[in-house]
Design a protein around this ligand. Structure first.
Ligand SMILES: [Zn+2]
Length: 282
């Protein structure tokens, strides 16, 4: 409606002053914005990254900023089980038997979640923890448009230190981190500063380390992740969709930097880049 009003207003000015270059360019501008809105799509992004990198935190904050649903693989399963849908019941049976969910089932869960969201006016998505395997990544690009795969990483030694520094309060179940990371910049690498996430005095006596946050398990977890994630990263790279982002500081410093890095990929820029490309090929 607003577009039509702007178009007729611009056209009216064009009629009134046929020689006016200004009015003509205004019409062109409006037509361009109409074309943009016809082709515009909200972001369909995936977030990749190893356990402990803070992927859940960053992806949910970015999703909130962009106004798209944050869909975490774990929630996908839990929500559908909670809703007792037929797919949810199938998933629940598998989870009970300790079986892995098939890709077909995962995509059915995702489809259900997206359909439900769309009925409530949602559009686009930000996937967190999915796709996990190459096969899932390939299927996802057939299942939906994917505009960007954001690959969050933290230098390995830092990630290990962060995982080992995790503490949970056995009283209120809140998570803290005692790791105090302060590595100066080298010729080839940026400085890393991640202050601890300190527990308040009332939680201090109840801090516990999870039994699987020991060096052997953490290293093994990262190896397992890397084996599975490398082909996924390579796939998105070949598709020209991978954006590598290194985390070198805490959340308050990193979030604005991540937001700035993602700005050029926001759908508006994405569409104008496509329009520019089309113009070049015309
Ligand atoms: Zn506590």
């Amino acid at each position: 409606m607003a577009v039509l009003q702007r178009l007729s207003h611009a056209a009216g000015r064009l009629n009134a002053a046929p020689a006016s270059v200004n009015a003509a360019s205004q019409v062109a501008e409006v037509l361009q914005s109409v074309r943009r809105s016809e082709h515009s799509e909200p972001p369909c992004w995936v977030f990749l990254g190893p356990p402990g990198v803070g992927k859940g935190t960053y992806s949910s904050r970015i999703a909130e900023i962009m106004g798209v649903p944050h869909i975490a693989a774990g929630d996908l399963v839990r929500n559908e089980i909670g809703l007792q849908t037929s797919v949810g019941l199938q998933a629940a049976a598998k989870v009970r038997n300790g079986e892995l969910l098939s890709d077909t089932l995962m995509f059915q869960l995702l489809q259900n979640r997206l359909d439900r969201g769309r009925r409530q006016g949602e559009s686009g998505f930000l996937l967190d923890g999915f796709p996990r395997t190459l096969a899932q990544a390939q299927t996802l690009t057939l299942f939906s448009d994917v505009h960007l795969a954001v690959n969050l990483h933290v230098r390995k030694e830092v990630l290990i230190e962060k995982c080992l520094g995790r503490r949970v309060c056995s009283h209120c179940r809140k998570n803290y981190n005692v790791a105090n990371i302060n590595i100066p910049a080298s010729a080839s690498q940026p400085a890393i500063q991640m202050p601890p996430l300190e527990a308040p005095p009332e939680c201090q006596p109840f801090l516990e380390t999870r039994s699987d946050d020991n060096l052997v398990t953490v290293q093994r977890r990262l190896e397992v992740y890397q084996e599975e994630a490398q082909p996924v990263e390579n796939f998105f790279k070949r598709e020209g969709l991978l954006l590598d982002f290194e985390i070198t500081a805490g959340i308050p410093q990193t979030l604005p930097r991540l937001q700035a890095a993602l700005q050029p990929y926001h759908w508006d820029a994405h569409i104008s880049a496509q329009a520019g490309e089309a113009a070049m090929h015309a």
